[in-house]
Design a protein around this ligand. Sequence first.
Ligand code: ADP
Ligand code: MG
Length: 611
Amino acid sequence: MPDIIQLLPESVANQIAAGEVVQRPASVVKELLENSIDAGATHIKLMVKDAGKTLIHISDNGTGMSETDARMSFERHATSKIKKTEDLFHIVTKGFRGEALASIAAVAQVEMRTRQLGAQLGTLLVNDGSKVKTHEACNCPEGTNILVKNLFFNVPARRYFLKSDGIEFRHIVDEFERVALTHPDIEFTFTNNGSEVFNLPKSNLRQRIVHTFGVKYNEKLVPVDESTAIVNVSGFIGKPDAAKKTRGEQFFFANNRYIRNSYLHHAVMSAFEQLLPQGHFPMYFIYLTIDPSQIDINIHPTKTEIKFQDERSIYAILHASVKRALGKFSISPSIDFDQEISIPVIPLPANAEVHPPAISINHSFNPFGTKVEREKVMEGWFDRKSAQTEGWKELMKVTRNEEVQVAAPEVETIPMPELELEVEHGQPVFQLHRAYIATQVRSGLLLIDQQRAHKRILYEKYFSQYETGNRNSQQLLFPETITLGASDFSLMKELVHEIRILGFDVEEFGGTSFQIIGVPSDAPHQNAAKLFEDFLEQFKNDSAMLKFSPRERLAWAIASSTCIKHGQVLSAKEMRDLVDRLFGCLMPYYAESGKPTLFIFGLEQIEEQLG
Ligand code: ADP
Ligand code: MG
């Protein structure tokens, strides 16, 4: 038998490798953007035609390449970024496998012009399906300019499996956004078929998010910023009322690379629990910075999943960080004050050399306590001055935290009722459109939604009855009887104990009937049967509340069915009373589902509007 094993021709090997690296136009965009960043560019232009199928054109003002390097860059495993195995553990560049350009050139026609900073001449390299067609000196701007034409021209099957332009374009936008969000200090422009898609000036992270997603995002962002010995968490989360029904902007980055991680996603989602209506997704832009040796390096070029060695601790810290950020901005869960805030027990890192962080577990931690109390509790937990932390931060050259702090006008731009709200006594109050209460506060004009505010007040009152057992019921002169459908009847039987604590005195009355003997003392008692039916309907139908506990839902239901509604005229005394009681609440600023109860029209805003 003759020997049959032989080495694959270079071009075939490249095409096989390309199958991994280049799946669609978006993969080319990602690789080229990353190369430009690695080359230190401060301005990167991306132009695509037909969702990148016909043309992807990227130009940068980075270092450029020498004539030889330009030729070398298209060889497989040709990289300037690592030289030896140990380098793998200190990678600070985006690429390091030296495969991207070789792979792209294997499946497209590539034209590259590149000139090193200060060099007289540049180099033109034309590559056609791995074959170098041209390699000559040329006049071109400093930096690198790459055109990738007719992707998969020589692999019809791959071309055939590309999706519609709309879908492929969306993939490009996704990749572009992930890169743009990790490099706010780089200016990016992006055009598709000649029209501008993004134009992002150099900025800080907050502005980058706003430039990328729209100016409305500015007021929706709440900063997250925690340093621990295990991980640093920074970035922004969206306020609960900005949550959307579609799973929109949710980004995790680990050491400034986009990652997907459903476990960590859960950590964020559960911190939002009870603040969001069912089926709503909060946005988040979360940047984790972690000792690279604590991450399983994923050398697969296109995968975004990575594994953390100490995932459970990161989960716990992330969860607490988001909760704390929500709490700081007075929008933390309002209805679970009977439960401990879950700061889970942190297991020690598996690697013995990693010192356990200074963590104290405080099960009575109360995000609604005074700010000082909260800070005190959390300070111990977030050990800000860990020498260990500093060491690897230096290694990773992480500057993000500084950037976020520079962007600090948060305090001005996000209304922080806690700081700004000082209701001045004796100020006139008036009602706007029978729906809002207006009054002066130190920082401007306070507008309260009378319905949401009263609902919040009543909710807290009723819910507290479950804790204190103090129920207030008034007996009816003439008990009323209600007959329920079979399913309502069985629901009633299930909940009757909880309903009684709210102040309803109800007794079974034969068949599927109940007799109402007393109602909560605050509730109108003229028509007890109707009140009760409204309450039950509210309980059954408020789908936004479905994931809350029955007690919470019952308290919201009675609050919703008995609260002051829009359209109701209020006297000055009633309004003052409502304002006072609202600010006596544990969580005055938000109604259920994270909707605000009040809004401050700041003096600055007023001045700005009036020019
Ligand atoms: P990797 O990025 O993994 O090193 P690539 O195939 O993406 O591999 O690039 C190969 C080499 O080409 C890089 O290491 C770098 O030296 C050089 N290079 C690629 N793109 C650029 C660019 N835009 N500017 C300067 N050098 C570049
Ligand atoms: Mg690369």
